[in-house]
Write a protein that binds this ligand. Structure first.
Ligand code: NAP
Length: 280
C-alpha cells in the first residue's frame, strides 16, 4: 500500500481518492481552499488534507487534479517538496502542453487523462467507481521513467479503467475530434437556430424541438468555462479539426445545392456505417 497525494479535491481528484483509499492506500489531499480540505476529510474521501504542498513530502505518487491551467504552476511548486523517487501524474484533458512543461522537470512524471466525468463539479460531486470500464489514457515520452509508467499503469488498472497509451500529440488530436470539436459544432447549432430572424419560426422551433435536438445540442449547452478552457488549451488540434469540419460541411452544402441526392445518400450511408466505430 502506498501514500498517494491528490492535489485538487474536486470531481476527478475526489473520485480518484475514494477508489484508491478503498483499496487501502493512504490518501493525502491538497486543495486550494481549507473548507474543501475539511469537507474531504469529513466525507471520508482522504486520510488527511491541507492547502499546503509540503504535506506531500512523503507521498510516493501524486495525482495533479486541479483545473487544467493550474496543473503546470502547481507541479512546478510541488517539485521541491517531493522525494526523489516520487511519481507524479496529472488528469488534465489536454496533454501536449502539460507534458512539454513537466517532462523536463521531473523524470518520474507521466501525463494521464481519465476519460470519465459528470456534469457536476467540486468535492460534493466526487463518486466511487467513476473510472470503472472507462478509457484512461497515459502519454509517456522517451523521458518518462519506467518506474513512473509501471506505478501509474498499475494504479489505473486497479481502478478497473481501460488503459490506453499514446503520444501526447495524438491524444490531443483525438480528443479534439471526439470531445472538443463536438462542443463547438453543437454550440454553433444552438447559435444558428437562435439567429433565425423570424420570432414566430424561432419560437415554433423551440416548442417542437425533441429528442434529435436534445442529443445534438447537449454538449454545446454545457459548462461554458470548460468549453472555453478546452479551446484555449487544445487550440492547434481544435482549429485543425474545425477546418476539416468546415470543408466537410461545404461538401454537404454543395450536394444539396446541386440536388446531388445520390452523393448525399452515399455520404449518409457511410456515416451510418461509421458511427458505431466510435461507440463500441
Ligand atoms: P473540479 O471538480 O472543479 O475540481 C478541481 C478542484 O481543484 C476544485 O474543486 C478546487 O477545489 C481545486 N483547485 C482549484 N484551483 C486549485 C489550486 N490552485 N490548487 C489546488 N486545488 C485547486 O474539476 P474537475 O472536473 O475535477 O477537473 C479537474 C481536472 O480534471 C481538470 O484538469 C480537467 O481537465 C480534468 N478532467 C476533467 C474531466 C471532467 O469531465 N470533469 C474529465 C477528465 C479530466 P477548491 O478550490 O475548493 O479547493
Amino acid at each position: 500500500m502506498m501514500k498517494i497525494g491528490i492535489i485538487g479535491l474536486g470531481l476527478i481528484g475526489g473520485s480518484l481518492a475514494i477508489d484508491l483509499r478503498r483499496q487501502g492506500h493512504q490518501l493525502l489531499g491538497v486543495s486550494r481552499r481549507s473548507e474543501t480540505c475539511e469537507r474531504a476529510i469529513a466525507l471520508n474521501i482522504v486520510d488527511q488534507a491541507s492547502p499546503d504542498l509540503a504535506s506531500l513530502a512523503e507521498a510516493e505518487v501524486v495525482f495533479l487534479c486541479p483545473p487544467i491551467g493550474a496543473i503546470v504552476p502547481i507541479a512546478t511548486a510541488l517539485i521541491p517538496h517531493l522525494a526523489p523517487t516520487a511519481v507524479v501524474t496529472d488528469v488534465g484533458s489536454v496533454k501536449q502542453p502539460i507534458v512539454d512543461a513537466l517532462a523536463p522537470l521531473w523524470p518520474h512524471f507521466v501525463g494521464g487523462h481519465p476519460m470519465a466525468g459528470t456534469a457536476e463539479q467540486g468535492i460534493e460531486a466526487a463518486q466511487a467507481e467513476l473510472f470503472t470500464k472507462q478509457p484512461y489514457v497515459l502519454t509517456p515520452t522517451d523521458a518518462t521513467s519506467l518506474h513512473a509508467m509501471e506505478v501509474v499503469s498499475q494504479l489505473v488498472r486497479s481502478l478497473h479503467a481501460n488503459l490506453y497509451q499514446c503520444h501526447p500529440t495524438d491524444h490531443d488530436r483525438a480528443v479534439a475530434w471526439i470531445s472538443h470539436l463536438p462542443v463547438i459544432v453543437s454550440a454553433s447549432l444552438i447559435t444558428a437556430c437562435m439567429n433565425e430572424p423570424s420570432d414566430t419560426v424561432r419560437q415554433l422551433a423551440q416548442d417542437i424541438a425533441s429528442s434529435g435536438f436534445r442529443d445534438t445540442s447537449r454538449v454545446g449547452g454545457g459548462n461554458p468555462e470548460l468549453g472555453t478552457m478546452m479551446a484555449q488549451h487544445n487550440r492547434t488540434a481544435l482549429l485543425a479539426a474545425l477546418t476539416d469540419f468546415r470543408d466537410t460541411l461545404s461538401h454537404s452544402i454543395r450536394h444539396i445545392e446541386q440536388e446531388d441526392w445520390a452523393a448525399l445518400a452515399l455520404s449518409l450511408q457511410q456515416t451510418q456505417r461509421d458511427r458505431p466505430k466510435f461507440l463500441a
